[in-house]
Design a protein around this ligand. Structure first.
Ligand code: PLP
Length: 364
């Protein structure tokens, strides 16, 4: 029998979340962002749930090939564009649209031999200071691109740094609009947080939205709002089982470093899941876990292959009982991945992407 840990991808939840995000920008088309192997879900596993998208946005050419191999004939956008000339050849061959964020990419495009001119997304650095042309250089880049026979259509793009927080998007939106207001072409501005939180400000200015995390059922502004508050459903469940039970007496300690000491009799469940499965080692005693759909607390340190939980609140639990590390239990009880990410001092993006290769996946 295999070790009982399992990651389950919920196709219906992916479709539901996609529809939920779309409802916040009803006039825009939706790029489902599937970079990082669909945020750890697996492009092939997530595809069915996401086929209602208008396009797929990603980074790796190999991932673009995989989406085409799924028979997707619609738009695919490379969010970081091309890294070398060979990539442009693949864009021509696979019909990929690509971001242009720097002069070097324009120069590369100018030397590219292609029968079919490319659709490109010219990215402005409106304040994030990662990729893109500074506002004062944007129009010159547009003019240079527009003169290339290799370019068919130029769309306009930026990315918000603070759509999830108090700083908001106003300054970046203003910088973008000041420079682009009279340029032709479609616009794509919003990630999940901008779409859900700033739909009114940005919705009518967007031809395409680019949601990622919300599609995967995590709240873009947790803990201000939970996934449930946004009407999002978990798309990944990490589950396992109890593989050992210990009866502790007062004063007994648990695990490496004896970081937890029982202050009374305690029935301890040992769960087949550890940091080598992608469960975050930074989670400390008190992190919630579901056993038979009921909330209990993790106690002691996360080790490579196991965690330990206090079974006191679930007297009927024992060997083989169902454990939900995040997601949805068999009975329908939910444990938001955002809660576990917060307990580990990180974000749900990282947890989703970090499920280890040794964990088997299923689709429901
Ligand atoms: C350019 C770009 N657009 C959209 C997204 C999707 O963002 P989110 O997952 O926060 O919705 C990302 C993700 O980091 C991104 O880099």
């Amino acid at each position: 029998m295999p070790r009982p840990i399992l990651a389950t991808i919920h196709s219906a939840a992916l479709s539901h979340n996609l529809a939920r995000v779309r409802a916040s920008a009803p006039d825009a088309r939706v790029w489902a962002v599937v970079k990082a192997d669909a945020y750890g879900h697996g492009i092939e596993r997530a595809f069915d749930g996401l086929r209602g998208a208008d396009g797929f946005a990603l980074l790796d050419l190999d991932e673009a090939r995989r989406v085409r191999a799924l028979d997707w004939r619609g738009p695919i956008l490379l969010l970081e564009g091309c890294f070398e000339l060979r990539d442009l050849e693949l864009c021509s061959r696979l019909g990929l649209w690509h971001t242009v964020h720097c002069d070097e990419q324009i120069s590369m495009l100018a030397t590219h031999k292609t029968q079919l001119p490319h659709r490109v997304f010219l990215k402005m650095n409106s304040g994030m200071n990662r990729l893109g042309f500074a506002p004062e250089r944007y129009r010159a880049a547009w003019t240079r691109l527009n003169a290339l026979p290799q370019v068919d259509e130029i769309s306009l793009m930026t990315h918000f740094s603070d759509a999830d927080g108090p700083k908001g998007i106003a300054a970046q939106l203003q910088a973008f609009e000041a420079v682009t207001h009279d340029l032709p072409g479609e616009r794509t501005l919003s990630n999940s947080a901008a779409t859900l939180r700033h739909g009114a400000a940005v919705g009518e200015k967007s031809d395409w939205i680019r949601p990622g995390i919300a599609v995967y059922g995590s709240s873009p502004d947790y803990p201000e709002k939970s996934a449930a508050d946004w009407g999002l459903h978990p798309t990944m469940t990490l589950s396992s089982r109890i593989i050992g039970v210990q009866q502790l007496a007062v004063g007994d300690t648990v695990g490496y470093g004896s970081s937890f000491t029982a202050d009374g009799p305690l029935r301890l469940g040992v769960v087949a899941c550890g940091y080598a499965d992608g469960y975050p080692r930074h989670c400390t005693s008190g992190t919630p876990v579901l056993v038979n759909g009921q909330r209990v607390r993790m106690v002691g340190r996360v080790s490579m292959d196991m965690i330990t939980v206090d079974l006191t609140p679930v007297p009927d639990a024992g060997m083989n009982s169902e454990v939900t590390l995040w997601g949805r239990s068999a009975s329908g009880a939910m444990l938001a991945i955002d809660e576990i990410a917060q307990a580990a001092g990180t974000v749900a993006y990282e947890l989703m992407c970090a499920v280890a290769p040794r964990v088997p996946f299923a689709i429901d």
